[in-house]
Write a protein that binds this ligand. Structure first.
Ligand code: MEZ
Length: 558
């Protein structure tokens, strides 16, 4: 492929993309080049509006990202969507795989200064940065990927919280104690009880915090292992991750928080006494440089997208698909460990029961929460669809083909906006009747009809005698009928850096490492052996707030 620079020959000069001046040809965030792309070709939104393609790369759940995420000047271009999807996408100057420009090996003399460096621009990182900024600290966020949002951007089902205004409005009887109890039970009581309590206790105020920033979390649904409806998401049941990422990005931009994408922290720096004093960063274009800081917050996520590391801890998961974005490789955990941080529960890796077969697309648990059932290749139900993920995944893996069909009707479809996306991605088989659906997915029609009839009776009786499903929100009686073939996939890593309830990283000697904080999936202990659906976004916001607040106090000498 001819890279874009070549395709621009005769139409544009180097300075048209790079600008004039000797100093910086391209900054790591590639803002200058991008503003020039937009100047000639239009904004992402304008391009998205023009295209009629069914899968429109300029209008995606990734939101407003740089043109250079996909369009590369001097190496073959490559659509970032292909990190997770298998679309037949053509891109000018495109290659078959992502090619990376050789990272400059320049050792810049530059030393920047901040009060706090946050590693990772997912929900935990943004939350910590915004909280610390609002407490008066100068914050820099470092993100190795070409876009912000991390894995949080892909979060689907929602955010768990107890005793919220939205639950109260809907008359849902929940309590902090019940959320704590569900979290501990779901985690096989391997959780650190103090951390699980912090999660439950602060969950409602975290919903309030996000709401104040502009988020809509007014719809409340059910996830596996929860005793009541406590999973908060935008009205109509849209995906939570893309929504809150947009809100957090906007709030960070309003505050002028310095966010450096295409930049990787390669080392956390400590003084002779073991106090954290900054980081060493490798910028895609600027090379290696130092940021001096009084505190560092690790918020760089888990390692579900690192197959070698997953297989190291759990050989039985070798070769399994993942629902995670490509940056979820566990680098933050590694950096913290190299700085002396203790690790906890590393082999506790969550398999999500419903990833669309042959893909990396997560089918949110909210589909089951809103009424879908699981049937096997014989057309029969085999599990309580709202049990915890570990149990549900194990039940699917015990079926023929190690897969199952998630079956729902038009009523469920209408109840949850996210389902439209699965149709858009051509993941859904359909039929005008249950028998038509059975033919489409090649399961015995009599068996599927009997399974749905028996489930509907359980809904009418408010009692699922056979599988003890605790919540039966609606019967499946409204044509059309739909099915998605699903298989379990690596979804979440419960282990990570050991922290205190104040989000301080603990060293191997059991003492706090001064100046080092961590929040989000890269920490261990909150979820024990198995995380409940909806507890991840809750954790990122609550512990992100705590890390930001405490790091700011320490950096500002309060
Ligand atoms: O918290 C999660 O992982 C979650 C809610 C996933 C999902 O099924 O939507």
């Amino acid at each position: 492929a001819e890279p874009l620079a070549k395709l621009h020959e005769g139409k544009a000069a180097c300075a048209d993309c790079h600008g004039k001046g000797k100093k910086v040809v391209v900054d790591d965030s590639e803002k200058g080049v991008n503003s020039r792309c937009v100047g000639c070709h239009g904004t992402l939104a304008e391009l998205g509006g023009k295209s009629r393609e069914e899968v429109n790369p300029h209008r995606s759940h990734l939101g407003d990202i740089n043109c250079t995420t996909c369009h590369h000047g001097h190496t073959a271009s490559w659509a970032y969507c292909l990190s997770c999807h298998a679309f037949d996408m053509k891109i000018p100057g495109g290659g078959a795989v992502a090619t990376k420009a050789a990272a400059t090996s320049r050792q810049a003399k530059r030393t920047d200064k901040a009060d706090i460096v946050v590693i990772g621009a997912g929900a935990a990182g943004f939350t910590a940065a915004i909280t610390a900024h609002d407490a008066g600290a100068k914050v820099i966020i470092i993100e190795k990927q070409p876009i912000t949002g991390g894995n949080s951007m892909l979060a689907a089902g929602g955010m768990n919280a107890a005793e919220t205004v939205y639950q109260k409005e809907k008359g849902i009887p929940d309590s902090v104690d019940l959320m704590y109890k569900d979290t501990m039970t779901g985690g096989g009581n391997l959780n650190d009880p103090a951390l699980a309590m912090v999660l439950a206790k602060n969950s409602a105020s975290s919903v309030d915090w996000l709401t104040r920033l502009g988020a809509d979390l007014s719809d409340v649904g059910r996830m596996g292992g929860a005793s009541v409806n406590r999973t908060h998401r935008p009205k109509g049941g849209a995906a939570v991750g893309a929504h809150i990422t947009e809100v957090l990005r906007k709030n960070a931009a309003q505050r002028n928080i310095d966010i450096r994408i295409n930049s990787k922290v390669v080392k956390i720096l400590e003084d002779k006494k073991g106090r954290v004093i900054g980081v060493r960063v490798a910028g895609k274009h600027s090379g290696e440089y130092t940021i001096k800081a009084k505190a560092v917050i690790i918020a760089a996520g888990g390692f579900s997208a690192n197959p070698e590391r997953v297989a190291f801890y759990r050989p039985e998961y070798k070769g399994m698909t993942t629902s995670n974005q490509p940056g979820a490789t566990g680098d933050g955990i590694e950096l913290g460990n190299q700085a002396g941080g203790e690790l906890k529960d590393m082999k506790e890796i969550q398999i999500h029961p419903t990833v669309a077969a042959g893909s990396r697309t997560l089918i949110t648990e909210a589909v089951r929460g809103n009424g879908a059932i699981l049937v096997n290749h014989e057309g029969k139900r085999f599990v309580n669809e709202l049990t915890t993920r570990d149990k549900c995944s194990a039940a699917i893996l015990a079926q023929k083909g190690q897969s199952a069909f998630l079956v729902f009707d038009e009523g469920v479809r209408k109840s949850l906006k996210q389902i439209d996306g699965y149709f858009h991605l051509n993941l859904v088989s359909q039929g005008g009747s249950v028998r038509d659906l059975a033919a489409a997915i090649k399961v015995p029609a009599d068996a599927l009809e009997a399974s749905i009839a028996s489930y509907n009776k359980a809904v009418d009786d408010k009692n699922d005698a056979e599988f003890k499903r605790p919540d039966l929100p609606r019967a499946l009686r409204t044509a059309g009928y739909y099915a998605i073939e699903v298989k379990p996939g690596v979804h979440y890593t419960m282990g990570g850096l050991k922290i205190t309830t104040g989000s301080e990283v603990l060293g191997k000697d059991g003492k706090v490492i001064p100046g080092l904080y961590a929040a989000g999936e890269g920490t261990g202990g909150v979820h024990g052996k198995n995380r409940l659906g909806g507890n991840s976004i809750s954790q990122t916001i609550t512990f992100g707030r705590i890390a930001g607040e405490n790091a700011a106090k320490m950096a500002m000498g309060k």
